[in-house]
Design a protein around this ligand. Structure first.
Ligand code: C2E
Ligand code: CA
Ligand code: CA
Length: 699
């Protein structure tokens, strides 16, 4: 009967003796551990316990023996089945008196074991759900607040506190009045907030969604919905989301859209406009020209291409702002000159173009442009006279394309530059030939020195005070295939190609050789040679010149080196050193073509020169000799006050000579005294020059 009761128990029951052996096991124990219950009797109970739990039962036994009255809670253990699998269980025990006849003797431990696998599963699910909820609440960026139906706080997360800047204590204290104050104080529109609260209180089942603007600039989105258990509303969940960054981004995007709209207009204009001058740009010109050429009824199409002369100097000397001012002024004048033009465009840099259609007299317009632009203007405190070279090309019977027309204008423009700048030239097919010839010329120039085609002419420079020729200027001559090429053509070419080094050396050597006897007769006489900036870049230039002078028997102090002020634009150490080496050796430096560049008189004192040569354009301003020309007198006075001597170039008339002499100009040079002459006619040239000088003195 007792055994039947035991076997009916759903819990595994084991009677364990003091030595650990199993005295008895019920049917449930057999099922639980996977043995026949009768097989368990006599075995050690520890075989039923998982490793780590094998001492549990002994401990329990010992505790019970020590204090039989003590109530011990069930122990969590892991059991091991016969097949080796483990399972969680709860074990509780009580003491049981041993049977008198029984072996072993003494009290037994009655161990009741209950499997807890099912319970464990349920626990884990709950724990997981709870932790997930907490984690979600805490990790969400939203602030969450739950208020129950009685109006008290049922829950909130940290974000909620952070968003509203609320100390957790205040919240836990449950002081609703203060919490509300704190909330309202932060809002731009607290009344709207309160109104919404009242609305929702009246309708607990309603959902709401609105925006809260904070005084500190933040924007929060508020979302609220009822909290339900089953069908019953038990409270309200408030969720707050900080949408400030999103709002700001939206605001920025809106602003950007507006800016873009405003800029589109500007961009549209810019696509067709030159930003500096406001004239049309190249694209507009190209389109207009193409359209004009397509139009069969148009009788004339003229392209006027113009380029400022020596614009680089304005930029280099006066700076880029002055350059920009100059371009703007030129654009303004140009647009004013040709109000009837189809297009006035800036092609880039200092290049402009005018398109005329159906214009009765394009030449007159070109002429007018050159004249109108060449009027002085004050830029950055300096008076400048914009000068330009203009090439004109027109649609002819043999219909040319747009690019060909522009090319013709370009060739004519270069021809205008070569012809002395500040002028316009109409395209002529011969200019093409000239262009081709220039290419041939370069090949010819390369062989000129070797073929002895370079010779030297000398032009006297006279001193009124001394009544004689004091200097002879050596001027290069090139006879190519029996015809003479002007220096204005081959010198720039030689400079571009670097041949000027070789040609300059040749001129110097020949000049010294031919003049050595004349120079040796009077130490006050000198030889002037033109030196280009390219030559001064050679670090051995000064030594070469001094060495050459020595071999030719010419004293260094009898040498004058003529340079133009352009060599000083980007003067580097090499150049300054060359000039000072030469000056230290006694040679003099003359500033050629003075007044034609853009540099001011004030710059003179900074330059390492001994003489200035006033350009012939200034001399040619003297016609009758009765005019007042303050520019000439101030140039001469200025140079003198700096201790420089002054030579006037291009003196063609006695009136000019007198005028300059009256201004105390030191020396004179020009056709009036003599043309440049080859060495073999030197005596006549010298004689003629001195005769003219004496005749002047007699007057
Ligand atoms: P430049 O140094 O100013 O030379 C003076 C130019 O003015 C010479 O022209 C000369 O023939 C001309 N001329 C002289 N008197 C008068 C006059 O009364 N009226 C007019 N209208 N012109 C006069 P050229 O010989 O054609 O030389 C032109 C330029 O070529 C020279 O100008 C000089 O810059 C350059 N050049 C000549 N020879 C050399 C040289 O050996 N080396 C370098 N680097 N340049 C040279
Ligand atoms: Ca010269
Ligand atoms: Ca000159």
């Amino acid at each position: 009967m007792f055994g039947t009761v035991l076997d009916a128990s759903p819990d595994a029951l084991l009677a364990i003796a003091a030595d650990g052996s199993i005295a008895m096991a019920n049917a449930a124990a057999g099922r639980m551990f996977g043995y026949f219950s009768r097989d368990l009797a006599g075995r050690d109970h520890r075989m039923l316990l998982a490793e780590g739990f094998r001492g549990e039962v002994e401990q329990l036994f010992a505790r019970l023996l020590a204090g039989p009255e003590e109530h011990l809670p069930p122990r969590e253990i892991y059991g091991v089945r016969g097949d080796g699998t483990e399972f969680p269980a709860e074990a509780a025990g009580s003491l049981m008196p041993g049977s008198d006849d029984g072996v072993p003797a003494g009290p037994l431990l009655l161990l009741s074991v209950r499997g807890t696998s099912h319970r464990q599963d349920a626990d884990a699910d709950l724990r997981e759900a709870m932790s997930l909820l907490t984690a979600t609440l805490e990790s969400t960026a939203d602030g969450i607040l739950v208020i129950n139906s009685y109006g008290s706080v049922a829950g909130f997360n940290d974000q909620f506190l952070t968003m509203w800047g609320m100390p957790a204590e205040l919240f836990q204290s449950g002081s609703e009045e203060r919490i509300l104050q704190l909330i309202l104080a932060q809002l731009v529109d607290p009344d709207a907030f309160m109104a919404r609260m009242a609305e929702l209180e009246a309708d607990p089942a309603a959902e709401s969604h609105d925006i809260l603007e904070f005084k500190d600039g933040r924007t929060l989105e508020r979302y609220s919905r009822p909290q339900r258990v089953g069908d019953e509303v038990v409270g309200r969940v408030w969720s707050f989301r900080d949408v400030t960054p999103r709002r700001k981004a939206e605001e920025q995007a809106r602003q950007a859209m507006m800016d873009l709209a405003a800029q589109t207009e500007k961009l549209r204009a810019m696509a067709f406009q030159d930003p500096l001058t406001g004239l049309a740009n190249r694209a507009v010109f190209n389109d207009a020209l193409a359209d004009a050429l397509k139009e069969p009824r148009l009788k004339t199409v003229d392209v006027l291409l113009l380029d400022l002369d020596d614009f680089k100097e304005v930029n280099d000397i006066l700076g880029h702002q002055a350059g920009d001012d100059m371009l703007t002024e030129v654009a303004r004048r140009l647009a004013g000159c040709v109000p009837t033009a189809d297009v006035v465009a800036r092609l880039g840099g200092d290049e402009f173009v005018v398109l005329l259609t159906a214009c009765p007299d394009a030449d007159a317009i070109a002429e007018c442009i050159v004249r109108c632009l060449n009027v002085p203007v004050t830029i950055q405190g300096t008076v400048l006279r914009p000068s330009l070279s203009l090439g004109l090309a027109s649609l002819a019977r043999d219909n040319v394309g747009a690019s060909e027309l522009l090319r013709q204008a370009d060739i004519a423009m270069y021809a205008a530059k070569a012809a002395g700048k500040n002028r316009f030239l109409r395209f002529h097919p011969e200019m093409m030939t000239a262009l081709v010839q220039r290419t041939y010329m370069e090949g010819g120039l390369q062989l000129a020195v070797a073929r002895s085609e370079i010779s030297v002419d000398f032009q006297p420079i006279v001193s009124h005070r001394m009544g004689q020729v004091v200097t002879l200027e050596a001027l290069a001559r090139w006879d190519s295939d029996g015809s003479r090429v002007p220096p204005s053509v081959f010198i720039p070419l030689a400079e571009r190609t670097g041949l000027i080094n070789e040609i300059g050396a040749e001129v110097m050597a020949r000049g010294m050789a031919e003049l050595a006897p004349w120079l040796s007769r009077d130490p006050s006489r000198s030889l002037a040679v033109n030196v280009s900036g390219v030559q001064l870049q050679d670090p051995d230039f000064a030594q070469t010149v001094l060495g050459l002078a020595e071999t030719k028997g010419v004293a260094a102090y009898q040498l004058v080196l003529e340079v133009t002020e352009s060599v000083f634009f980007d003067a580097d150490c090499t150049l300054i050193k060359q000039l000072s080496t030469l000056r230290d050796a006694g040679a003099r430096v003359a500033l050629d073509d003075f007044g034609t560049g853009y540099s001011s008189l004030g710059r003179l004192q900074d330059l390492p020169v001994d003489t200035v040569k006033i350009d012939k354009t200034f001399v040619s301003m003297v016609h009758t000799g009765n005019e007042r020309l303050p520019i000439l007198s101030s140039m001469i006075n200025m140079a003198h006050s700096l201790g420089l001597t002054v030579t006037a170039e291009g003196v063609e008339t006695a009136a000019q000579a007198d005028y300059l002499t009256a201004l105390e100009c030191d020396t004179l040079q020009g056709y009036l005294f003599s043309l440049p002459q080859p060495g073999r006619r030197l005596d006549q040239a010298l004689q003629r020059a001195e005769e003219v000088l004496h005749a002047l003195k007699e007057r």
